[in-house]
Design a protein around this ligand. Structure first.
Ligand SMILES: Nc1ncnc2c1ncn2[C@@H]1O[C@H](COP(=O)(O)OP(=O)(O)OP(=O)(O)O)[C@@H](O)[C@H]1O
Ligand SMILES: [Mg+2]
Length: 225
């Protein structure tokens, strides 16, 4: 579903990613690990077309992202749900409204929103918190709302960049469990995290990045450096 071919990304003249080759298939759960500055977020931003690459190409479902026009990029983004470390929920909206608003923006009809939002919030384990405002929820619960919001437009790919960065260990495991569950329901998941302990536990594919390169990819089973 996603293929990086010799991808290099520079910020000014500094290399953030260098010669990345990576293939991720539909339905996979891939954890990207590596130290701060290794290039994890940059790699995710390229998939979401939030940043442009400098050489190489990225294919998503065999389409070269660089060939997409400004008007086609929203179609790419509709396939993708995104979750970040700093959860940006709308403070004056309830859990229901936060998810519903995302669906409204994506053009869904009122009836569908009314029907789907409770289901999505149930999937993320927040059935009882539907009418709570962000200030009335814990960090872990807020992150669940953010995940529900990312799922609202039924993406085929969920990108999570340090979703557990601000959470304690127990909440982190719960979020990871939830990402697992979402993956089992058929969504491809890419998780970027510092927390190697966390990903070692889940026994899925781990891609280790070091200074802008893929140092180790479990799918290939060998060090490239
Ligand atoms: N907008 C930017 N402008 C300039 N340099 C940037 C920018 N974003 C990232 N960088 C640099 O690119 C490199 C990769 O950064 P990136 O954010 O991808 O790392 P990361 O692995 O996500 O790190 P962290 O674990 O801290 O989130 C770093 O050297 C960083 O300083
Ligand atoms: Mg990052």
């Amino acid at each position: 579903m996603i293929r990086f071919e010799n991808v290099t990304k520079l910020y000014k003249d500094k290399k953030a990613l260098e010669d990345i080759n990576l293939e991720i298939n539909h339905g996979e759960f891939v954890s990207l690990v590596g130290q701060s500055g290794a290039g994890k977020s940059t790699l995710l931003k390229l998939i979401f077309a939030e940043e442009k690459l400098d050489s190489g190409r990225i294919l998503i479902d065999e389409v070269d992202i660089a060939s997409l026009s400004e008007t086609e990029i929203p179609y790419l983004r509709r396939k993708i749900g995104v979750v970040f470390q700093d959860i940006k929920l709308l403070p004056k909206k309830t859990a229901f409204e936060n998810v519903g608003f995302a669906m409204e923006v994506a053009g869904y009809a009122r009836e569908k929103i009314e029907r789907d939002v409770p289901r999505i919030l149930e999937i993320v384990g927040l059935k009882d918190k539907i009418m709570n405002f962000p200030a009335e929820m814990s960090g872990g619960e807020k992150q669940r709302v953010a995940i529900a919001r990312a799922l609202a437009h039924k993406p085929v790919l969920l990108i999570a960049d340090e979703p557990t960065g601000n959470l304690d260990e127990i909440n982190s495991y719960e979020i990871l469990d939830l990402l697992h569950k979402i993956n089992n329901l058929g969504t491809t998941v890419i998780l970027a995290t510092h927390a190697r302990d966390l990903v070692n536990k889940i026994q899925k594919r781990v891609v280790t990045m070091e200074t802008g390169r893929v140092a180790y990819d479990q799918a290939k089973g060998h060090y490239k450096l």
